[in-house]
Design a protein around this ligand. Structure first.
Ligand SMILES: C[S@@+](CC[C@H](N)C(=O)[O-])C[C@H]1O[C@@H](n2cnc3c(N)ncnc32)[C@H](O)[C@@H]1O
Length: 299
């Protein structure tokens, strides 16, 4: 199964759609807000481009991406005023896999630009938003194109389910689980981590070609405290699916062969890989847990 061809969040705007049920991811972005603000302000003040080019990798189909963009525009508008300069134009590039429901996002854009114009006055130029379908494990943009890259809650998705989750006879090694679980043999963590190393290093290399020098990137992803932590949500989901096997709702073999295509790294793993890959200087690396009492009106 090619993950990049089948993975997508729930389409549309119905009550089970990603657009209507991504409050958790919105909270993640809000929590990372101060880092994003500081980083975009610094890039703008250093480079002072006439058109600030930013990309959101794995934007999905909900409003979260545009909330982030409006926050960045506010920060740069304020910074340009303090430098007595005209606010730059903005090129906003929204990337996700081709199966993503970009139409949900596109439908929000006219109103988004109208609200910006009303808030910032008639001299504010429209923000040029476009969708860029493609895997972020491939080149998405031309050389030295972007000043700022953001990705939230997306790059823990792997380009493929790791090889090594089955033995040489094609038998599943992580039977009854769908991710690293307490009952998983040690090869399972090794296989997941090996795939993450490959994908994450590639992501860094590709983005470094697409970004201008002195640009910045903020990546927020699902993490673990310990390297081979079983991920409790997916352990629970795995055991629920196992119950469904026992009830005959799904076939045992299908569950045995199903594994989630993601990996949640530790802070140390990320540090090591960024340093080893070498394209980026690591200015800040933080972990946080989600506090559900965060005020979502912040953005
Ligand atoms: C949980 S959503 C997060 C969306 C959004 N950033 C937010 O915070 O609401 C993860 C997104 O990553 C996208 N994604 C996963 N793998 C990808 C890849 N290789 N290239 C581009 N997008 C990818 C998925 O399609 C999905 O829309």
């Amino acid at each position: 199964m090619e993950v990049e061809k089948v993975l997508h969040m729930n389409k549309g705007v119905g009550h089970t759609s990603y657009a209507m049920s991504s409050l958790f991811q919105r909270t993640v972005t809000i929590q990372a807000g101060p880092v994003i603000e500081e980083s975009t302000r610094e890039v703008y003040i250093t480079l002072r481009p006439e058109c600030f080019m930013m990309a959101d990798m794995g934007c999905s189909s909900g409003p979260n991406s545009l909330l982030l963009v409006s926050k960045i525009i506010d920060v740069i508008d304020e910074a340009s005023r303090s430098l007595n300069r005209q606010c730059p134009q903005f090129g906003v590039f929204l990337n996700d896999l081709p199966g993503n429901d970009f139409n949900v996002l596109f439908n929000l854009i006219p109103n988004f630009n109208k609200e910006l114009q009303e808030a910032k006055g008639s001299s504010f130029q429209p923000c040029f938003v476009s969708g860029n379908p493609g895997s972020f494990y491939e080149r998405v943009f031309p050389d030295k194109f972007l000043h700022f890259v953001h990705s939230s809650y997306s790059i823990h998705f792997l380009s493929q389910v790791p090889r090594g989750l089955v033995n040489e006879n094609g038998e599943a090694l992580n039977k009854g689980n769908i991710y690293i679980a307490k009952t998983s043999p040690p090869e399972i963590h090794k296989a997941y981590y090996a795939q993450f190393i490959k994908d994450f290093m590639l992501f860094l290399e590709l983005r470094s070609s697409e970004m201008v020098s002195s640009g910045a990137m903020v990546l927020v992803l699902l993490g673990s405290f310990n390297s081979d932590d079983p991920d409790s949500i997916y352990e629970l989901l795995g055991s629920t699916l196992h119950d469904m096997v026992l009830k005959g709702v799904i076939e045992q073999e299908k569950l045995d062969k199903f594994d989630m295509p993601f990996y949640s790294p530790t802070v140390d793993e990320i540090r090591e890989l960024v340093e080893e890959e070498g394209s980026f200087a690591l200015n800040k690396l933080e972990s946080f847990t989600i506090d559900w009492s965060v005020d979502i009106r912040y953005m």
